[in-house]
Design a protein around this ligand. Sequence first.
Ligand code: WTA
Length: 643
Amino acid sequence: MEETALYPPHAGFVSQANVSGYAAYEQLFQRAAEDPEGFWGHLAEEELHWFEKWSHVFEWQPPFVKWFVGGKINASYNCLDRHIEAGHGERVAFHFVGELGDTRDITYRELLATVCQFTNAMKQAGIQPGGRAVIYMPMVPELPAALLACARLGVTHSVVFGGFSAEALRFRIDDLEAELVITADGGWRRGKEVRLKDAVDEAMQEGCASVKHVVVLQRTGSAVTMREGRDIYWHDFIAGASAECPAEELDAEHPLYVLYTSGTTGKPKGILHTTAGYLLQNTMAMKWVFDLKPNDIYWCAADVGWVTGHSYIVYGPLSAGATSVLYEGAPDYPKWDRWWEIVARYKVNILYTSPTAIRALLRQGDAYPQAHDLSSLRLLGSVGEPINPAAWEWYHRVIGGGRCPIVDTWWQTETGSIMIAPLPGAIDLKPGSATRPLPGVQADLVDLDGNPLEGPGEGYLVVRRPWPSMARTLWKDPQRYESAYWSRIPGIYFTGDAARRDEDGYFWVLGRVDDVMNVSGHRLSTMELESSLVRHPSVAEAAVIGKPDELTGQAVVAFVTLKQGEWDHSILTEELRQWVGKEIGSFAKPKEIRFAEGLPKTRSGKIMRRLLRELAVGNTVSGDTTTLEDFNVVNKLASKDED
Ligand code: WTA
């Protein structure tokens, strides 16, 4: 194997780091491994505010865990009130940048006031702790405020990414039986309005019987339809509401949020996170991984609609008292230097983004970043997919000026917080590797039979012990939670990823081993796409695979067989892409659609995706095809390339 370059942190970084030097990391790691109760219990006391202390640190009845049992806490109090009480009320929580150029600085005190008003308004509307709210908003400061207001009252929120369609929104509202929907007229993306309220209206045409109130923020100011008695503008909703509101004293295990993510079936999984453990581990990640200091300007350029935004725009940074940038729009609007202009303007110290974004920015050349002063940057981060060494090297050299460590962070919606990543002042970096597990994380590799692998090798990535921020269950589906994550090796968490461990004990995450694709760092399920395609009147059968893509990591390729009839393939290609866009969201549209007379199947009728993958990549088929029912089908597919 090729020799990998090693990037040790430079002395200037190490000397100021929160965890300074390898020995300090190792000590934390060992302490957590030897005495998890003592380790996490101590941190929970030091790092969080409690109304009442817990009776024991955790209770583990595989696969169900409770952390800080009996403790009383509130996430919104931890993110806001305690910083104000400590004298930091005038600190900026968010430097907001709208896509069209409007800006607002929101201090912790101002954010708390908005949150309290919204919480009081929810109470007046009869919403109670234990209720559910679906949030479908653009990236404006009222979005984190809405999450925190729910957390303050004990309402379980579920954010739906603004790129999801009305259909996807309806499924989530119904699954949660949400009584409140918080939305906006629209938001700005590449200079165009993304009309959110229209999608809410469309979703609510059928089903959604549980919804009593729809609160609509005016962001774009465009005309929307408001239904009497159900829909109310945000400013009318909070009019007259007091800006003071005590935080509910909630159980440590109170359900904080549900976030839907793709699994291996057609139905998205509602990942449930609870309060105290989630908050604690994310607070620690801010300090350990992002090396956060009180005066830092931090920017996670993700969307709050994904888990990265929940953990590293809202709960982690605010709990740690950070000052963040919040940007509404696209990196290329109006030009490809928008991010660099923002970094220079706010003197951003820490920037966290995805490999897809880095590759897209890299393609535009060095002139855009070089036109701006990026010298404030101290640390860079990456998340969502493996980062290829070329993109890593560009990020390091051109954006980081060669001086900023890159924290490549591996984690999942299910893990709640970062699991494998370098502590930047302690670990030597290798481009493409997320390096080592964080303190308290027992990551390991197992073989096909679940046997542990010693030393270097490749296998399934698993986590051996419960950790505070892990998902507690799937919404209304504990059985699926158990079978998806805990049945392959009882009592051990199965990540669905394959990884390699090298001779230094570094992890290299290779990708998913299940039917989940990763497109631009967004998870898509092959089954979800296939069931969408077969709902189209022309489609008989569909098989979807991920094909390596230079920009987006993977790209969706759909193999489709059609029902009897005369079909115009070129018209149908576009129609099917639009169809998927409408059913799931435009980010899920297949890049390629290939029409075929049949799909290759095993004797038991399972579609042989491996063959389709090979076809999509090179139009050649190799390897073991002995279980193939009809090899001719494959040949036909191969020759149908231009169809
Ligand atoms: C992949 C995103 C390699 C992985 C936080 C995981 C990564 C899935 C990395 C989770 C990384 C995430 N290197 N692969 N640094 N980070 N992944 O739930 O396959 O949207 O299982 O959470 O993304 O995606 P999710």
